[in-house]
Ligand binder design. Structure first.
Ligand code: DX5
Ligand code: ZN
Length: 226
């Protein structure tokens, strides 16, 4: 079984985004992972809808958007118009709202009703019971293996058991389990053994410059399952 490899464009040399997209596409990745950060849900600001639109025009790869924003509902119309495949929102963005998790369910159903894949991302400290509460409304579950907000952090090995627990419940009902943060051939192998089949990879793909992308992708391909 092929393990899905999705480069995190945020981790590429930002002034060479176009060339980076061409390089990962030529290397045979499965999707692009776009990290949208609003300076509020996480301290950093990455890029907005204008860039997502430009990236859509640059590649024929499916685009999956990881929204690290406080109000994901405000971006959904634009993401539908752009034509992305999947939208993943952070469960924690709804914590503390007056209608908290009811809003989350509504956002997930809106994403699906618009014909996109709906996903929930969980920070390392968020319990997996949140997954169970929304399992009926999602196609993808993104387990964060770092605190969201920056590329280049070290993988949190304490998340492997969570991946294993969630995969055991998610995969039988057709939910894709993805991981994001500090993924390289070694940490990716631990996630795949625990049940993840979709790996977001940032620094490990781009650390060797754009010339190193093809060999970095082929090292990740070593994780494909028989
Ligand atoms: C972190 C982002 C990641 C990040 C991954 O908040 O969600 O997608 O760019 O980068 P690496 O693989 O370097 O941790
Ligand atoms: Zn991400």
């Amino acid at each position: 079984m092929r393990v899905q490899i999705a480069p995190s464009v945020y981790a590429c040399p930002l002034l060479r985004i176009g060339e980076a997209i061409d390089a990962v596409e030529a290397a045979g990745v499965d999707a692009l992972h776009l990290d949208v950060m609003d300076g509020h849900f996480v301290p950093a600001i990455s890029f907005g809808m204008l860039f997502v639109r430009e990236m859509r025009a640059r590649t024929s790869l499916p685009i999956d958007v990881h929204l690290m924003v406080a109000q994901p509902e405000n971006l959904l119309d634009e993401l539908v118009a752009i034509g992305v495949r999947g939208v993943t929102v952070h469960a924690e963005a709804f914590d503390g709202r007056p209608d908290g998790f009811r809003d989350l369910g509504e956002v997930l159903r809106t994403i699906r009703a618009a014909g996109m894949r709906a996903g929930i991302a969980l920070k390392p400290g968020t319990p997996d019971t949140v997954f169970d509460a929304f399992a009926a409304d999602i196609d993808d579950l993104l387990v964060m293996t770092v605190e969201p907000g920056a590329s280049g952090q070290s993988f949190r090995a304490d998340q492997v058991e969570k991946i294993r627990r969630i995969s055991g419940r998610a995969r039988p009902i057709g939910i894709e389990v993805a991981v994001d943060g500090g993924i390289n051939p070694e940490t990716g192998a631990a996630c795949v053994s625990a049940g993840a089949r979709y790996l977001v990879v940032g620094s490990a793909l781009f650390a060797g410059g754009l010339d190193g992308v093809a060999s970095a992708v082929s090292r990740m391909r070593g994780l494909d399952q028989p």
